[in-house]
Design a protein around this ligand. Structure first.
Ligand code: BDR
Ligand code: CA
Length: 312
C-alpha cells in the first residue's frame, strides 16, 4: 500500500503534538511537511514547538515552515489558559536544534500542491485555518488539486468552547474558515461533538506512561497538564484529545461515523461569530459540503494511539 501524502497545519498545543506524533508513527501516512500557524500561542512558539515535537520523534529531517502570524482580518486570540505559556506546558523538553525550513508556509503549501499530482495531497489543519485559506486566496489553481481536508474544528451539539457558540480553531479566524468551507474541497470535520467522546481517563494516560519511552512519558505529561482545564470546566474524568482524531481518521476511518451535511461559518454574529452552523437535521436545503463527524469508538481510538506511539 502506498502511503497517503499529508501536510499537517498546526498550532502546537499538546493535543497537536499528539496528533503529529501519531502521524509520524503511522506508515500509512507520509508527512510532506508541517506548517505552523498562530493559534494556541503566537507563531514564534508554535513553529518552535513543532520542531521540538519532530525531534522528540527522532524526525529532525522533516521540514517545519512558519506561516501566518495572525488571522486574515482579526486580532489573534490565543489559549494559554488551556495550553500554558509555552503551548506545550507539562514537561520541559530541549530547545530544538533543527532549523526552521526556509520560506513561508503558505508558499510551501502552494508549491507542494502544484508539484504533486492532483488529488494526491491531503491537508490536515488542526489549528486556525489562516495558512490554508491564504494559500487558496493567493493561488486558486491549487484548490482543485487538494485530495481532501481533514480538519479539527467547530461543533454542533457541543456548541462552543472559547465562546458559548464557537470552537477555538474556527473562532480565531472565521473568515479563513469560511473560505475553506466554501472551497469545494472534500472536507472531513472533527468537531467538539466527537472529540468530547475521545476523553482521556487515568488508565489511558497511564497506558501512555507505561510505554516506558521518552515519547510515552512526554505524551502522559502533556495530557496530565492539558486535562486539568477541561476536567475543572466540565467535571469530566478526563479531557478531549481533539487533534489526534484527524490523524486517527486517516489511519482508521472505521473508528468514526458522521453525516455529510451543509456547514456554514458565522462571520458576523453578535454573539455567535465563529459558530459552525451545521445542518445536522438537513433542514436548510443547502448543499452538503462536509462530512461532519459525530461519533468515535473511543476504546479503538486509544488502542490505536497507544499502539502507534509505542513505535516511536
Ligand atoms: C482546538 O483548539 C486548540 O486549543 C486545540 O489544539 C484544538 O485544535 C480545540 O478547540
Ligand atoms: Ca490545535
Amino acid at each position: 500500500m502506498r502511503a497517503r501524502k499529508i501536510i499537517i497545519d498546526t498550532d502546537p498545543g499538546q493535543d497537536d503534538a499528539v496528533a503529529i506524533l501519531l502521524a509520524l508513527a503511522s506508515p500509512e501516512l507520509e508527512v510532506l511537511g508541517i506548517t505552523a500557524v498562530a493559534g494556541n500561542v503566537p507563531l514564534a512558539l508554535t513553529e518552535k514547538n513543532a520542531r521540538i515535537i519532530c525531534e522528540l520523534a527522532g524526525r529532525s529531517d522533516l521540514r517545519v515552515f512558519a506561516g501566518c502570524d495572525r488571522p486574515m482580518k482579526r486580532k489573534l486570540v490565543t489559549a494559554e489558559h488551556v495550553h500554558g505559556k509555552t503551548g506545550l506546558d507539562g514537561i520541559v523538553l530541549p530547545d530544538p536544534v533543527m532549523p526552521l525550513a526556509e520560506g513561508h508556509a503558505v508558499d510551501f503549501l502552494i508549491e507542494t500542491l502544484r508539484e504533486e499530482a492532483p488529488g494526491t495531497v491531503t491537508l490536515c489543519p488542526i489549528g486556525p485555518l489562516t495558512n490554508i485559506a491564504t494559500a487558496f486566496e493567493r493561488a486558486p489553481d491549487i484548490v482543485g488539486r487538494v485530495a481532501e481536508i481533514v480538519l479539527m474544528g467547530g461543533a454542533y451539539f457541543a456548541v462552543g468552547n472559547i465562546t458559548p457558540a464557537a470552537e477555538f480553531n474556527i473562532y480565531v479566524d472565521p473568515e479563513a474558515a469560511e473560505i475553506v468551507f466554501r472551497s469545494g474541497v472534500p472536507l472531513v470535520v472533527m468537531p467538539l461533538d466527537v472529540t468530547h467522546k475521545a476523553l482521556t481517563t487515568r488508565a489511558r494516560v497511564e497506558g501512555f506512561r507505561n510505554l516506558g519511552t521518552r515519547v510515552g512519558h512526554a505524551v502522559a505529561s502533556w495530557t496530565d497538564f492539558f486535562e486539568r482545564f477541561d476536567m475543572a470546566k466540565y467535571g469530566s474524568e478526563g479531557a478531549p484529545l481533539h487533534d489526534p482524531c484527524t490523524i486517527a481518521y486517516l489511519v482508521k476511518p472505521d473508528l468514526f461515523s458522521g453525516r455529510h451535511i451543509n456547514v456554514e461559518i458565522e462571520t458576523e454574529g453578535r454573539f455567535t461569530t465563529g459558530m459552525t452552523v451545521a445542518d445536522w437535521w438537513r433542514v436548510s436545503g443547502r448543499e452538503a459540503n462536509a462530512m461532519f463527524i459525530g461519533d468515535v469508538d473511543a476504546e479503538g481510538f486509544y488502542a490505536l494511539l497507544t499502539e502507534r506511539l509505542a513505535r516511536l
